[in-house]
Design a protein around this ligand. Structure first.
Ligand SMILES: C[S@@+](CC[C@H](N)C(=O)[O-])C[C@H]1O[C@@H](n2cnc3c(N)ncnc32)[C@H](O)[C@@H]1O
Length: 236
């Protein structure tokens, strides 16, 4: 049986972290093991070992985040909604469709639309709408999923088109001024009473920006180590 491929395994980041960690740790141990070292060399050795261990830990955490944490956080985000099944859903920066297809599985008569610029990040080989649609087909929800090219900062949808707007691990890729524009756009396309849910490691900053935009119904909850979920209900 074919399995969907939701990508974003960040191979470059993990391999760079592992290589830097191993080099620094080995260099540090060699400095410390050398007899008759000066105090400065010993201090340098200790710093290299600490930096190397830190780099190795970050790589292990990143690996856990992309393989286990990301699907877990996405599930937790989708579980925050009491689905009726007829919602119109927008996933901003849907990539291969982890959240988009997760939402589509909770729909009956509703639709899930994904929008993306299809950028290649962190050494992934491909990011393309065909991959997302193939994942939707494998998961049996292709009749409820639509994917389009577009930019988070200028969404090609009419005002108040969606009941639920979601986004996972996208906003930290956006420069600050584009990030605010993307939040404004998410608000614009959400219906009154609708929800916006964004997973990101910058969720605190996003919440502050939302409040500066005059939106008061804003909550942030931690859903993973260093990753938050921003929740907004559009009331006006
Ligand atoms: C780390 S991936 C996350 C993909 C998906 N949301 C997930 O959780 O698996 C970030 C995605 O954001 C998209 N992206 C980055 N900047 C964007 C922008 N300005 N507008 C639309 N999509 C963007 C990238 O092309 C990429 O697919």
């Amino acid at each position: 049986m074919m399995k969907p491929n939701y990508g974003y395994h960040v191979p470059h980041l993990i391999l760079t972290g592992l290589a830097a960690g191993l080099l620094l740790s080995c260099g540090g141990v060699m400095l410390l093991a050398h007899p008759g070292q000066s105090a400065l060399a010993m201090a340098l050795g200790v710093m290299c070992v600490i930096a190397g261990a830190g780099s190795l830990l970050v790589s292990v955490w990143l690996r856990w985040l992309v393989e286990t944490g990301r699907p877990m956080a996405t599930r937790r985000m989708l579980d925050r909604i009491q689905w009726r099944g007829d919602e119109e859903v927008l996933d901003i920066g849907c990539g291969p469709g982890l959240a988009l297809i997760g939402a589509a599985k909770r729909l009956t008569s509703g639709h899930a639309t994904g929008i993306d610029k299809w950028m290649i990040l962190h050494g992934e080989k491909r990011n393309a709408p065909e991959i997302t649609l193939e994942n939707a087909r494998i998961e049996g929800v292709e009749d409820r999923v639509k994917v389009i090219d577009g930019d988070a900062a200028s969404l090609p949808f009419q005002d108040k088109s969606f009941d639920v707007v979601i986004s996972g691990f996208v906003f930290h890729h956006l420069p600050p001024e584009i990030r605010v524009k993307a939040l404004q756009e998410a608000l614009r396309v959400t219906r009154i009473g609708g929800r916006i849910l964004i997973i990101d490691d910058s969720s605190g900053k996003l919440a502050r920006s939302m409040k500066e935009l005059g939106v008061m119904n804003v909550q942030v909850r931690r859903i993973l180590f260093m990753v938050g979920l921003l929740e907004v209900r559009r009331t006006a």
